[in-house]
Write a protein that binds this ligand. Structure first.
Ligand code: SF4
Ligand code: SF4
Ligand code: FES
Length: 250
C-alpha cells in the first residue's frame, strides 16, 4: 500500500550544507535508494547520489540512514514505520563532493600501500595446493564489495582526520590478514600492519563487523589474528632470543 513518507536529505558540498525536507511517495517493497531516486525524479533533479547495481554488490550507494551506515539499496522502507522521518546523510568519514556523494579516494591510496600476493620463487601455475580451511578464509575476505561502511564507522578515523595518515582501517586489515595468513604468500606483513597500517590503533570495538553488509567477521577472523601474530612476532621471548642469536651469528 502506497503512503507518503517524510525524508530529510543532506544537500550541500565541501563548503557546507543542510538537511532538506521532502515528502515523497513510498510503494510496497521499495528501498531507501528508490525513494532517493523518486526525490531526484520529481523534486530535486540536481540531487547527487552514487549507485550502480541496486543489488548490494557494487558498494556504491553507501550512506548514513537515520545515523547508521548502510547501503541504501539494501535498506528496505519496511524497516521504518510510516510516520517515521527518514534522514539520509553522506558518510561522515570521507570528504563530501556533493549531497550524498563522498570522496573515498583515501581508501584507494591505502589499498596501493599493501604489497601484492607474493608466491614462493619458482612456484609454477598448477603447483598451488591449499587446504580447504585456507581457501574458505580467503573466500570470506574476498566477499568485500568495497562499500567502505566499515571504514566510515571506525572511530579511529571517523572523528580524527589526523589519524588517516597512519591508519589503513578495517577494510585493509582484512586484505592484510588474507595475505599474511595465505599459505603460499612468503612476504612477512606483520611489521607493515603494525608500523605503517596502524593495527595498534584498533581497540576491537567490532563496529566495523556490525555494519558490514557482506557479514565478514572483520574483527574475529582478521584483526584479532593479525594482532596475535604481531604480538607473537614482537613480544614472544623465544622469538626475541632467536632474533638476537641469528643477528649475532650473521
Ligand atoms: S574493531 Fe577496530 S577497525 Fe573495527 S571499528 Fe573498532 S577500532 Fe575500527
Ligand atoms: S569489509 Fe564489509 S563493510 Fe568493509 S568495505 Fe568490505 S564489504 Fe564493506
Ligand atoms: S547500488 Fe550497488 S551496492 Fe547499492
Amino acid at each position: 500500500m502506497a503512503y507518503d513518507a517524510k525524508f530529510k536529505v543532506w544537500r550541500g558540498d565541501a563548503d557546507g550544507g543542510a538537511l532538506q525536507d521532502y515528502t515523497v511517495e513510498v510503494n510496497e517493497g521499495e528501498v531507501v535508494l528508490d525513494i532517493i531516486h523518486r526525490i531526484q525524479a520529481t523534486q530535486a533533479s540536481d540531487l547527487a547520489v552514487r549507485w550502480n547495481c541496486k543489488a548490494g554488490k557494487c558498494g556504491s550507494c553507501s550512506a548514513e540512514v537515520n545515523g547508521r551506515p548502510r547501503l541504501m539499496c539494501m535498506t528496505r522502507m519496511s524497516t521504518f514505520t510510516e510516520d517515521e522521518t527518514v534522514t539520509v546523510t553522506p558518510m561522515r568519514t570521507f570528504p563530501v563532493i556533493r549531497d550524498l556523494v563522498t570522496d573515498v579516494s583515501f581508501n584507494y591510496v591505502k589499498a596501493r600501500e599493501i604489497p601484492s600476493f607474493t608466491p614462493p620463487p619458482g612456484l609454477e601455475p598448477g603447483e598451488y595446493r591449499m587446504q580447504q580451511v585456507d581457501v574458505e578464509r580467503s573466500q570470506e575476505f574476498r566477499k568485500c564489495i568495497e562499500c567502505f561502511l566499515c571504514q566510515n564507522v571506525c572511530h579511529v578515523i571517523r572523528d580524527h582526520e589526523d589519524n588517516k595518515q597512519a591508519y589503513a582501517g578495517p577494510r585493509f586489515f582484512i586484505r592484510l590478514a588474507e595475505l599474511e595468513m595465505h599459505p603460499l604468500d612468503v612476504a612477512d606483513r606483520r611489521d607493515l600492519g603494525q608500523d605503517d597500517m596502524g593495527l595498534g590503533y584498533c581497540n576491537i570495538t567490532k563496529c566495523c563487523t556490525e555494519v558490514c553488509p557482506e557479514g565478514i567477521h572483520i574483527t574475529d577472523n582478521a584483526i584479532i589474528p593479525m594482532k596475535e601474530r604481531v604480538a607473537g612476532h614482537r613480544y614472544d621471548p623465544l622469538v626475541w632470543l632467536g632474533d638476537k642469536l641469528f643477528r649475532r651469528r650473521s
